[in-house]
Design a protein around this ligand. Structure first.
Ligand code: APR
Ligand code: PHB
Length: 394
């Protein structure tokens, strides 16, 4: 079998790319290692940049998002048990949208299924070969057998642990990584959000974050050890520690049943280039950010915006100019997103191994932010999302 575009992975990157190409009549096949149920249920962050919202609406898959989202005009910062509001709307004229990222995956996979798009689940890709030729080959397993197809273009949208990045020649690929000495203990709770916006709090016990999914569901996080033992965290202990780290005089943390809890280690990872021959990487396949800026899905959407615009030029006009520049364009924005996520992580967290000098520097950064309008504008621009440079014509 030969297809114009073989897409590896049906997460947000792969499913959005397939959907946009479909809108322009460009055929693709999506190969996904897991089941549809598994992909749809993976819990993720819940903050969307305006560019992400605009893209989903433009692509005709924003109906539920428009109905169910919550809009936040800024964020609150907790420092020494006081709350400081950063009003992004007032600072730069735009805020952020709260809508579960797994809801977006559900919307996209649902839309593809309704159109009978060729998405093969439980079909892990095991090899991508001949990427230097004009007919790269993709090998995948399905129903106990190995299959092979060829494509004009392979889009590697298979996340951090996928096969695509590994198919890039080792002497071409350069990887950069920082693994943080902490993780996040995340909980989903049946409790009304205790703030109108998210609260990012720096406390001597560690960072804590109050976020939300709906008027009745809160999403909360505590900085913890990367290998924290969840069995040591009863619901009562979690709520008490959240209260300690997030608390401020005259403010109450609403408690409720905890529906789900998990520990996630934090890392920053980047590999470049994001293209070699006929293989193009997008989303987590090329870069992973710590969740402190909620940038994972938003960066994936920005990548797919440029890649889909370039593929549309290529397939409908025979114009390869943008496709050739894809990697450079995507790298530029993603390094800036890495910088924001990394500096935010440093500013809010307590590092077990940090020198007293470094600790004071990070604290000075936080004090500068809450005390002065200029850094607030810069923070607001980064938090609400850097511009997306190229949009597909759909
Ligand atoms: N073959 C096929 N599919 C694979 C393979 C493989 N060898 N390896 C992984 N996959 C699939 C995974 O099962 C997953 O469904 O690729 C998909 C990758 O999805 P994500 O990890 O969500 O990556 P991406 O689509 O780039 O999303 C980027 O969105 O959900 C957020 O925070 C998340 O940062 C992430 C962002
Ligand atoms: C979330 O709502 O899950 C969330 C919000 C902000 C972040 C990370 C996660 O930075």
């Amino acid at each position: 079998m030969h297809v114009p575009v073989a897409i590896v992975g049906a997460g947000p990157s792969g499913s959005l790319l397939a959907w946009i190409l479909r809108l322009r009549g460009i055929e693709s096949i999506v190969l996904e290692a897991r089941s549809r149920e598994y992909v749809e249920q993976r819990i993720r962050a819940g903050v969307l940049e305006q560019g992400t919202v605009d893209m989903l609406i433009k692509a005709g898959i924003g109906d539920r998002l428009k109905k169910e989202h919550m809009y936040h005009r800024g964020v609150c910062i907790g420092y020494r048990n006081r709350h400081y509001m950063l009003d992004f709307e007032e600072l730069i004229g735009r805020g952020v949208t709260v809508y579960g990222q797994q809801e977006i995956t559900r919307d996209l996979l649902g839309a593809l299924a309704k159109e009978n798009h060729n998405v093969i689940y439980e079909a892990p890709v095991v090899a991508i070969e001949d990427i230097d030729s004009d007919r790269p080959a993709v090998r995948y397993e399905h129903n106990g057998r190995t299959h092979e197809l060829t494509a004009d273009i392979v889009a590697g949208c298979d996340g951090f642990h996928g096969a695509s990045r590994k198919a890039m020649p080792a002497d071409v690929l350069k990887a950069y990584e920082t693994v943080y000495p902490f993780g996040w203990l995340g909980v989903l709770a049946e409790a009304p959000p205790s703030k109108e916006v998210a609260l990012f709090s720096h406390h001597e016990n560690g960072f804590a974050l109050l976020s939300m999914r709906s008027p009745t569901i809160s999403r909360l996080y505590l900085q913890c050890a990367p290998d924290e033992d969840l069995s040591e965290w009863s619901d009562g202990r979690i709520w008490d520690e959240l209260e300690t780290r997030l608390g401020a005089p005259g403010w109450t943390l609403e408690r409720g049943p905890i529906l789900q809890k998990e520990v996630t280690p934090l890392r920053s990872f980047f590999s470049e280039p994001m293209q070699h021959g006929r293989l193009f990487l997008a989303g987590d396949a090329a870069h992973v950010v710590p969740p402190t800026g909620a940038k994972g899905l938003n960066s994936a959407v920005a990548d797919v915006s440029v890649l889909s615009a370039a593929l549309i030029d290529h397939f409908t006009k025979g114009d390869e100019a943008l496709l050739r520049r894809y990697s450079d364009i995507a790298l530029e924005r993603n390094w800036q997103v890495q910088r924001f996520s990394w500096s935010n992580t440093a500013m809010y967290h307590v590092y077990p191994d940090r020198s007293p000098f470094d600790a004071r520097m990070h604290e000075a950064q936080l004090r500068y932010l809450i005390g002065d309008r200029s850094p607030q504008i810069v923070y607001a621009e980064n938090h609400t999302g850097l511009p997306i440079s190229h949009w597909p014509e759909i």
